[in-house]
Design a protein around this ligand. Sequence first.
Ligand code: GAR
Length: 195
Amino acid sequence: MSKSVKNIAILASGAGSNAQKIIDYFSGRRDISVRLIVSNKQDAGVLNIARAAAIDTLIVTRNSFYSSTDLLAELDKHKIDFIVLAGFLWLIPPYLIQQYPDRIINIHPALLPKYGGKGMYGHFVHEAVHLAKDAYSGITIHFVNEKYDEGSIVFQDRCEILPSDQPEDIAKKVQILEHTHYPMVIDQLVSALTL
Ligand code: GAR
């Protein structure tokens, strides 16, 4: 018999504004559920968001994440079908990618392949875009592979940058795009999964 609910785990290490939007979007849905929030930071804001929504949380250490496959057992325990990275900055290890082929996605706050790679996250991205005087920035949602920001692209959208925009202004415009599109793209991908 096929499973009726598809379960998502969110991996996040920051404030968790995207996680919040995703949780809100799927609350009340019977077919898709956010079941687990995984973080590598004890004090990440996203953990408060998870607790407020009564979603299980898990803290991973660098050692457990890279030198064991303990996480797989936790994901299995929560019957996780799909993994969403929302501000999770560690490179995803091969054992996880092999267990979830084309079932791990990430959001990046720029138009990849520009401004990607190790160390390019959050405000560093917006500062680089600002320095380059680009006329546009945007978001990229992509499948995750063994390299930073190189998996195949699922979705992009862009926003205009005014000459007067500072990195914080770019960040705000990009965040609006993230909050608008990420939950819907996740919905499409998870809904299309055959279990
Ligand atoms: C988001 O802007 C996301 O695109 C970025 O981290 C932020 C997390 O914000 N991710 C990266 O830069 C990955 N390279 P949030 O904690 O408020 O969701």
